[in-house]
Design a protein around this ligand. Structure first.
Ligand code: ATP
Length: 357
């Protein structure tokens, strides 16, 4: 059963389409991320679900009811938006209690719920502290507690972690995800950070210019992107223009032929094809003997060694490849070193080239 469904939802600002014919079903109890570059329409789509923006056309259904034109305050959704800050003159407990007060919940029930929520976000000892005296991460937790105080059926988060530094942000991603799973609350989160989406989401909706480019589980999208745009946006990738010979082989820039796994779905146009191979699938070895099938001779031109992981750029005459490995797996790699880059056929994916602009 899906609770939230969008049908051909479109939003125009004057003549420009911010969101263009979006169809989507959000499964119950799942965390779905809207992911895409700046300006692709993520926030506008979320604001329409929240009721803060009205679609130009299309419909939004929630729990079997058409809510397209229902005012935001009648939707009972929890929201944490970047601009929706905590009330600075109130304490932690007063902030969390605010939505309950609005609903005229009885005082003792309010107190019980606030205590429960502060326990949930692990800040029970800070109930009476002004929110101005909290760290960024603590404030985010209070904002989330406030958003879920009245037990909304849908939680909407718009870049809730963007103001935090990298380390805190990663910790909060795990915290929010665990909390969401414990409560089983259907959640939609907007982010432009693919790593954040991969960490938190059950499903990712990749958006491109107001449209949905792909919907799927994070790893499915990572491993099987439908287009160059999605491949490029989700994770690091080596993307090379190639021509397919129709018999399990492609010609790389410069003319070398390598074998690839027969694609499950062939890009529509055989002339605009890209080969995608993820850096962790490129095996780097010291060059010795013949290169052989799917082994390309190259030279190391850059090394990023950060201790736990190692990234090497390899110039293969005609194109460069990035390989991701570890210092333990590939010891002794040095700049200028001749190497072989091995591209296993099963890891070579053929995808449609990005449409020309
Ligand atoms: P970001 O990650 O930068 O927040 P986004 O993917 O959330 O971007 P939106 O904020 O939804 O993108 O904007 C989509 C498009 O709609 C942009 O081109 C934006 O300029 C335009 N837009 C958004 N809100 C308005 C508005 N109120 N009036 C006119 N144009 C708008």
């Amino acid at each position: 059963m899906t609770h939230l469904t969008l049908q051909a939802v479109t939003k125009r600002f004057n003549a420009a389409y911010a969101v263009d014919s979006v169809d989507l079903s959000v499964p119950d109890g799942k965390l779905v991320c809207f992911l895409g570059p700046s300006g692709c329409g993520k926030t506008t789509l979320l604001r329409m679900i929240a009721g803060l923006e009205t679609p130009s056309s299309g419909s939004i259904n929630f729990a079997g009811r058409d809510i397209t034109h229902l005012p935001a305050n009648q939707r009972d959704f929890g929201m944490v938006f970047q601009s929706l800050a905590l009330f600075p003159h109130m304490t932690v407990a007063q902030n969390v209690a605010y939505p309950l007060k609005l609903r005229k919940t009885a005082k003792d029930a309010q107190a019980r719920r606030v205590a429960e929520l502060l326990e949930l976000i692990q800040l029970p000892h800070m109930a009476n502290r002004p929110v101005t005296q909290l760290s960024g991460g603590q404030r985010q937790r209070v904002a989330i507690a406030r958003a879920i105080a009245s037990q909304p059926k849908l939680l909407l988060l718009d870049e809730p972690l963007s103001a935090l530094d990298a380390k805190l942000r990663e910790a909060m991603q795990v915290e929010i995800r665990l909390l969401q799973q414990r409560l089983g609350i259907t959640t939609i989160m907007v982010t432009h950070d693919q790593r954040e989406a991969m960490t938190m989401a059950d499903e990712i909706v990749v958006m491109e210019k107001g449209r949905i480019a792909q919907v799927g589980k994070p790893l499915d999208i990572y491993r099987d992107p439908v287009s160059e745009f999605v491949a490029d946006f989700i994770g690091l990738g080596n993307i090379l223009p190639v021509s397919y010979d129709g018999a399990g082989g492609v010609s790389l820039p410069g003319g070398r032929r390598i074998a690839v796994a027969q694609p499950a779905r062939m890009p529509e146009s055989s002339s605009d094809i890209r080969l995608l191979i993820r850096p962790e699938d490129v095996c780097v070895k010291a060059a010795s003997g013949d290169a052989g099938q799917n082994r390309l001779a190259g030279t190391v031109t850059f090394i990023r060694d950060v201790g736990a992981s190692l990234e090497a750029t390899i110039d293969c005459a005609g194109f460069t490849l990035t390989a991701a490995t570890t210092p333990r797996e590939t010891p002794g790699l040095t700049l200028g070193m001749p190497v072989f880059a091995e591209l296993p056929p099963h890891a070579c994916k053929l995808i449609a080239a990005r449409a020309a602009h």
